[in-house]
Write a protein that binds this ligand. Structure first.
Ligand SMILES: Nc1ncnc2c1ncn2[C@@H]1O[C@H](COP(=O)(O)OP(=O)(O)OP(=O)(O)O)[C@@H](O)[C@H]1O
Ligand SMILES: [Mg+2]
Length: 206
């Protein structure tokens, strides 16, 4: 793929590529993801893990959510902040959690302040993404939601020992590009996990 493609062009191309995966390819991909995640030492040690519900051809982590519940780990899902534009809240997700459709057409837990956990008290955030590169750069859907979340956490953790959350991108292999055109506000991921690879970003310290 040409390096000169714009961010919007990469988003379009990769979303098409991801949506073209067959249901058996998707199924195999999520089985392979499950084994990558459940054998990952940082995930095995984590108590609080945020993930997303797959849509638009995204790699599906539902079986991983069930593994977390079985292994007494708390699972959180992102919810669009009701009045702080461009921001996310993370709400505890259980089998009985009441859900609603967000303004972006994404199924999310119904807002209940008792279920909110600050992002810098979540051990690992598994982020969705549209495209990634081998350096750990992430291109999302274009809302800046995860960049803001991670920037806010870095700010809140300043002068403390806390480095949470540890951000891991989750993607199909076909979402990899040679080099993403990054912007100054993009926060790189610590790792990217695909059904066949674990890419470690050596340039970030966690
Ligand atoms: N920390 C931040 N503070 C304020 N604005 C931000 C911040 N991070 C990103 N933005 C803004 O968000 C917009 C979208 O950013 P970007 O294109 O990187 O989205 P993205 O990372 O693909 O989206 P998402 O994380 O929602 O999937 C940009 O206009 C950018 O200025
Ligand atoms: Mg970004």
């Amino acid at each position: 793929m040409s390096n000169s493609l714009k961010r919007s062009e990469i988003r379009k191309l990769i979303r098409q590529r991801r949506c073209a995966l067959s249901s058996s390819q998707q199924e195999l991909a999520s089985q392979n993801l499950l084994s990558k995640l459940t054998t990952h030492p940082k995930i095995q040690q984590a108590q609080n893990i945020a993930i997303y519900l797959a849509r638009d051809g995204e790699l599906n982590g539902e079986t991983f959510i069930h593994w977390c519940w079985k292994n007494n780990k708390n699972v959180y899902l992102p919810v669009i902040h009701p009045f702080s534009k461009g921001h996310l809240l993370f709400l505890k997700f259980q089998a009985q959690t009441k859900m609603k459709m967000s303004s972006f057409g994404i199924n999310e837990p119904k807002l209940d302040i008792r279920l909110i956990r600050p992002a810098n008290r979540i051990d690992i955030i598994l982020t969705p993404l549209v495209a990634f590169d081998a350096l750990g750069n992430r291109l999302g859907m274009g809302g800046g939601f995860y960049d803001r979340t991670l920037a806010n956490c870095q700010q809140a953790n300043k002068n403390t020992q806390n480095t949470n959350p540890y951000p891991i991108g989750i993607a199909h292999d076909c979402q990899q590009v040679e080099q993403l055109p990054i912007k100054h506000w993009d926060i790189p991921l610590a790792e990217i996990i695909t059904p066949t690879q674990i890419i470690l970003n050596d340039s970030v310290s966690y």
